[in-house]
Design a protein around this ligand. Structure first.
Ligand code: FES
Length: 381
């Protein structure tokens, strides 16, 4: 029996809301999760609008707010928003590259009640890290930022996105996290939609590199038990089962863009024909319960027969809708990461071919000029 959609008063509140305060960012990572067409600064929500979002989120039952971007610390009102979030009872997490804020700004955030910091790194090797982010001097700034976090007594999570250029240094990245006194390190292989899809050939690791990274992580988990938590998100194209993306579409999570559009995930705008409501036009609780974009893939009613008949349907929820869209041309297909998907073998073949070819130059993430999403992304498998 498939899970019906739960709507209105039966629908549990989201656990977390991620606020993309801005799409501005000093880094230009070729796998950036922001959309190809980014929001301009003049369209960003103002301080009062973000405070209203925080009020509404708390009232709805949200527990945790992630301040993200782009780079959220370029917003001068960040400390004020953190203070407001704390005042309405939300746990506050800052997701940052660590390159844009000076110590005085960081101290303001701590004084405002910041609870936790997630700091991104591009590599343990500074030269490669700075090539990936296209920002000279970034690594030292990140290490300094990490030191401030721990000196302030805040828990630190280090995030690293791995790809063909850095996956051989997964062990060094874990060691770096330990040396920075992080409580957790999240190592995630690139997910291919948006900017990453444009850069697929430049980023795809070989299968043997992936296998070696698995062994490295397993050994590190054993060696560092009780000292640091190591999360490893394996690459979908070499997986056999899909991940439960967002813990199920429209079930635990909301993402709000700089201009106020409310999305079920950060990449949802890559799915054509979905209508996204804005916090400027509709209350947040109503968007969560009734927005057509959230309803589109909530529960199991939308699933193709392959997923409906699968005993994993309420565990992986059909995988990632954005990846299905990017790689099959339809968001209603099973995620091709699933071994049962008719597209799975092609996906694996594409990954093998791309990873054995010479890596092309990165197409760096830039906020301008306007980019045509369809112009140079690979064709669906
Ligand atoms: Fe959109 Fe996975 S990123 S559903």
């Amino acid at each position: 029996m498939n899970a019906p959609r739960t709507t209105g008063s039966q629908l549990p509140p989201p656990m977390a809301v991620l606020l993309e305060l801005t799409h501005r960012c000093p880094l230009q990572c070729p796998y950036c999760s922001n959309p190809l067409q980014m929001d301009q600064v003049k369209s960003e929500l103002g301080t009062a609008e973000w405070k209203s979002v925080l009020d509404q989120a708390a009232k709805l039952g949200v527990l945790q707010v992630h301040f993200s971007g782009g780079e959220p610390t370029v917003r001068p009102d960040l400390a004020e928003l953190i203070r407001h979030a704390r005042a309405v009872g939300l746990y506050t997490n800052l997701i940052t590259s660590g390159v844009a804020a000076n110590k005085a700004r960081f101290d303001e955030m701590v004084a405002a009640g910041l609870d936790h910091v997630q700091l991104s790194i591009q590599d343990s090797d500074a030269a490669t890290a700075e090539k990936i982010g296209n920002y000279a001097g970034a690594q030292q700034k990140k290490l300094t930022f990490a030191k401030w976090v721990r000196e302030a007594g805040l828990p630190l999570t280090l995030n690293a996105v791995v790809n063909r250029h850095n996956i051989d240094r997964v062990g060094e990245m874990i060691d770096l996290a330990v040396s920075l006194d992080a409580a957790r390190v999240e190592i995630a292989n690139v997910q291919y939609y948006g900017w990453a899809l444009k850069n697929l050939a430049a980023l795809m690791p070989r299968f043997d590199q992936f296998e070696a990274s698995i062994a490295t992580v397993a050994a590190a988990r054993e060696r560092l038990k009780g000292k640091i938590v190591i999360d490893y998100v394996v690459p979908d194209y070499y997986a056999k089962v899909p991940k439960a993306c967002m813990n199920g579409w429209g079930q635990r999570f909301m993402n709000i863009t700089p201009a106020g559009k409310v999305l079920p995930c950060h990449a949802a705008e890559t799915i054509p024909n979905l209508q996204f409501d804005s916090v400027r036009d509709r209350p947040l609780a109503e968007i969560w319960a009734k927005s057509s974009a959230f309803e589109a893939f909530r529960g199991t009613d939308w699933m193709p027969e392959l997923c409906k008949g699968c005993d994993q349907r309420e565990i992986d929820w059909g995988g990632c809708r954005c990846q299905a869209m990017a790689l099959t041309g339809s968001a209603s297909e099973a995620d091709p990461a699933c071994g049962k998907s008719p597209f799975h073998a092609q996906l694996r073949g594409m990954a093998e071919a791309a990873s054995h070819a010479a890596a092309p130059e990165f197409q760096y993430r830039r906020i301008t000029p306007r980019v045509d999403q369809k112009s140079d992304a690979p064709e669906p498998v």
